[in-house]
Design a binder for this molecule. Structure first.
Ligand code: NDP
Ligand code: DXP
Ligand code: MN
Length: 407
């Protein structure tokens, strides 16, 4: 049975739900806390986590009387304990504490750590059979099929929170799997949608951080600019919904109003629309299998006037092509794709490589990994984590030569 519930077989929701937010201090964390804040009588906060932002974490812990908070950076534990002195909130630090947060008994967990660092904490929630709202696409791309298999085995319910996948989740319930022809995920095209390759190559960090429609964390905003985000999302869709690469299309839609569509055998195309506000897909996951009130602006299509569409350009945005290649290669290639991209984005932020070199480093790491001939199907989280480590080391080793090479 799939871990993504494809039909709304309405289960009775308990009156007060316990909730954990992994990555509570980030952009998705912020949107999630906003929804919890709106209905304090419905939710109790079990655990909250952050990487290093003690001030924001302690503030949230106090506001929501969290039972447990975890900070990944161990050097911040004393500061966190000081900030929460006199409260009943327990504190922990380090990767193990963040994993413990995922393992603690909460009905519903938002997985919103940025990057593959979120894999083990998300798995801790999955292994308990929790309802896991999955925003953290990198953890799925890193772990591959194995993540979904483990969720199905544990009886966990994976609720797709990424806007496009949440749209597919909603649209898929219009038909059966054998009636599905393809899914379409939309892409804004990012700030460089209409730029020439030579200009994309030289784009600055400030330019890459100017997303046209969404306000998000730094890493995903850079991924949107390179369209690596869409590549990660193609892979995410494949694992979440057991789709082949040929069943997943990307459509550039600069207004980000239609988030995803599903085409069925009778040629009906079912779409989900909404203003670009992550509180809508998160509210869908939080309320599921019911619907709760969402705070996003009402969609005013007359005011928007036009919805436009373009085919994606795989030449100017090679990261998207590489995602399809990695998915077709399988056997850990998507783990390598994600790991190399994380190394490349960090190097771009640190000023070590040009924007255009992000995709080149991912391509070089994938080629290097295929050359070694060590590819094998992932059979455990440990397999994925070890491929992830190897790929990060190879990407770091390839970095100097990629940095020197202009396009
Ligand atoms: N933002 C969005 O609109 C969307 C985001 N997503 C996905 O959701 C995830 C989160 O994105 P977003 O909220 O934008 O990211 P942010 O950078 O805004 O937040 C990331 C969160 O994870 C924490 N964190 C970062 N690194 C670690 C680590 N090594 N160990 C433990 N915690 C860590 C951060 O803590 P601290 O604050 O202390 O640094 C913060 O709480 C990503 O996977 C992204 O792709 C998907 C769809 C939309
Ligand atoms: C909000 C969300 O889901 C992001 O993943 C968003 O889709 C990024 O925008 P792009 O379409 O530009 O990648
Ligand atoms: Mn998305």
């Amino acid at each position: 049975m799939s871990a993504v519930p494809l039909r709304n077989n309405k289960a009775a929701a308990s009156s007060v739900r316990s909730v954990t937010v992994l990555g509570a201090t980030g952009s998705i964390g912020d949107s999630t806390m906003d929804l919890l804040r709106a209905s304090p009588e419905r939710y109790r906060v079990e655990a909250l986590t952050a990487n290093g932002n003690v001030e924001a974490l302690a503030k949230l812990a106090k506001e929501f009387s969290a039972r447990f908070v975890a900070i990944a950076d161990t050097s911040k534990l004393a500061e966190l304990k000081d900030a929460l002195a006199g409260t009943s909130t327990e504190c922990g630090a380090g990767e193990s504490a963040v994993i413990e947060a995922g393992a603690r008994p909460a009905d519903w967990v938002m997985a919103a750590v940025s990057g593959a660092a979120g894999l083990k904490p998300a798995l801790a929630a999955v292994d308990r059979g929790a309802h896991v709202a999955l925003a953290n696409k990198e953890c799925l791309v890193c772990a591959g099929d194995f993540f979904m298999q483990r969720a199905a085995k544990a009886g966990a319910c994976i609720l797709p929170a990424d806007s496009e996948h949440n749209a597919l989740f909603q649209a898929l319930s219009s038909g059966n799997r054998d009636e599905l022809v393809r899914v379409i995920i939309t892409a804004s095209g990012g700030p460089f949608r209409a730029w020439k390759s030579a200009d994309i190559e030289q784009a600055t960090l400030a330019q890459a951080l100017k997303h046209p429609n969404w306000s998000m964390g730094q890493k995903i905003t850079i991924d949107s600019a390179s369209m690596m985000n869409k590549g990660l999302e193609v892979i995410e869709a494949s694992y979440l919904f057991a789709l082949t690469p040929d069943e997943i299309d990307v459509l550039v839609h600069p207004q980000s109003i239609i988030h995803g569509m599903v085409e069925f055998s009778d040629r009906s195309v079912v779409a989900q629309l909404g203003a670009p506000d992550m509180r809508t897909p998160i509210a869908h996951c939080l309320g599921w299998p019911d619907r709760i009130k969402g705070p996003a602006a009402k969609l005013d299509l007359a005011k928007i006037g036009q919805l436009t569409f373009e085919a994606p350009d795989f030449e100017r945005f090679p990261g998207l092509r590489l995602a399809y290649d990695a998915l077709r290669t399988g056997k850990g290639a998507t783990t390598v794709y994600n790991a190399a991209n994380e190394v490349a984005v960090a190097a771009f932020i640190a000023g070590q490589i040009r924007f255009g070199a992000i995709a080149r480093l991912v391509e070089a790491t994938l080629e290097d990994w295929i050359r070694t001939g060590n590819q094998a199907p992932l059979t455990s989280a440990d397999d994925a984590i070890s491929v992830d480590h190897v790929a990060r080391n190879r990407a770091a080793a390839l970095l100097p030569q990629i940095a020197l090479k202009a396009s």
